[in-house]
Write a protein that binds this ligand. Structure first.
Ligand SMILES: [Zn+2]
Length: 310
């Protein structure tokens, strides 16, 4: 959804026999890379995309013998996955005219996996299509990028996201928040909607931010909670701080956390603009530390103490 131009280009390539053997789909998590890969496979297996034939049915159930999706444990592609790809593509197709293999997270390859993958792509087996996915082409080995046709999935406009939420009859307050918080990534919205505990965690997070900034709550107790869901806690805190900064600058701004505006206003009173900006900076540092596999408890202890400091 929202990337129709890419779909049209890919389908045109299939219809005219000009689809490359290796495709690279890039975009943030939840932007639809896997969905697009499955769509390409469906078009290759069933040009009419009928949705009813054995090919379409097996593909929809992710058990088509000529389609393989290779995820990667811990987000790192290792030699084992590259070998799995090679073994799958080397055998001739079972029922379809092509074999399609999808390898996720190609921005994160071990050296051995990268070398092995390059060899496969240099001499692709006949009738095989290899689809690589990554967060950004800039993070993929240049030698892999140069062998691929690259398609970049973009964030969707607000109107599309809010349209989907309206169709799902999501209450206005939640819909407003999700539209801002998802940053145009539909997969993120759908994931949050499927998670029944999210709203409660968010409510608790907002309460704790407010209490820590007001120095009414032990910051280390909050850190204990936040380090249990580190990525999400950072996301929520960052959006909260951005709202605060915007409200400091422009009191008429409609915050992403509109439904919790009273709590936001209370935070403004306890945390001036320069401190809000400094804390947003701290969040970015915390994210880098988490990515570098620092201990989440220490990362959040440090962050919560900065919030508590005057
Ligand atoms: Zn079909």
């Amino acid at each position: 959804m929202g990337n129709e131009r890419i779909v049209t280009a890919l389908f045109h390539g299939i219809e005219t026999g000009r689809l490359a053997n290796t495709l690279l789909f890039t975009g943030p998590a939840g932007s639809g890379k896997k969905t697009l890969a499955a769509k390409v496979a469906q078009k290759l297996f069933c040009p009419d995309l009928c949705g009813r034939c054995p090919s379409c049915t097996l593909l929809a159930r992710e058990i088509h013998p000529d389609y393989l999706l290779i995820g990667s444990e811990g987000g790192v592609v290792k030699l084992e996955q590259a070998r799995q790809l090679k073994a799958f593509l080397s055998a001739p197709p079972n029922s379809a005219a092509y074999k399609v293999a999808v390898l996720e997270n190609c921005h994160n390859l071990t050296v051995e996996a990268g070398n092995s993958l390059l060899k496969i792509l240099e001499e692709p087996p006949a009738a095989s299509i290899c689809i690589l996915t990554a967060d950004s082409a800039a993070n993929v080995l240049p030698t892999l990028v140069s062998r691929s046709q690259v398609y970049t999935l973009t964030a969707l406009p607000r109107a599309i996201i809010s349209g989907v939420l309206q169709e799902k009859k999501i209450p206005e307050n939640q819909s407003w928040f999700l539209t801002g918080y998802s940053e145009g990534i539909l997969g993120r919205v759908l994931e949050l909607l499927a998670e029944s505990d999210f709203w409660q965690r968010r409510q608790q997070m907002a309460l704790e931010i407010k209490e820590v900034l007001a120095r009414r709550r032990d910051p280390l107790l909050s850190s204990d909670n936040w380090q249990l869901f580190p990525e999400e806690a950072l996301d929520l805190l960052e959006f909260w701080l951005r709202d605060m900064i915007m409200l400091h600058i422009n009191p008429d701004y409609i915050p992403v956390n509109k439904d919790l505006q009273a709590s936001l206003e209370e935070c403004l009173a306890n945390c001036p603009e320069d401190k809000s900006i400094a804390l947003l900076d701290q969040c970015a540092q915390a994210r880098e530390r988490l990515q570098a596999r620092c201990n989440p408890r220490l990362v959040f202890d440090c962050l919560a103490l900065k919030m508590w400091e005057v």
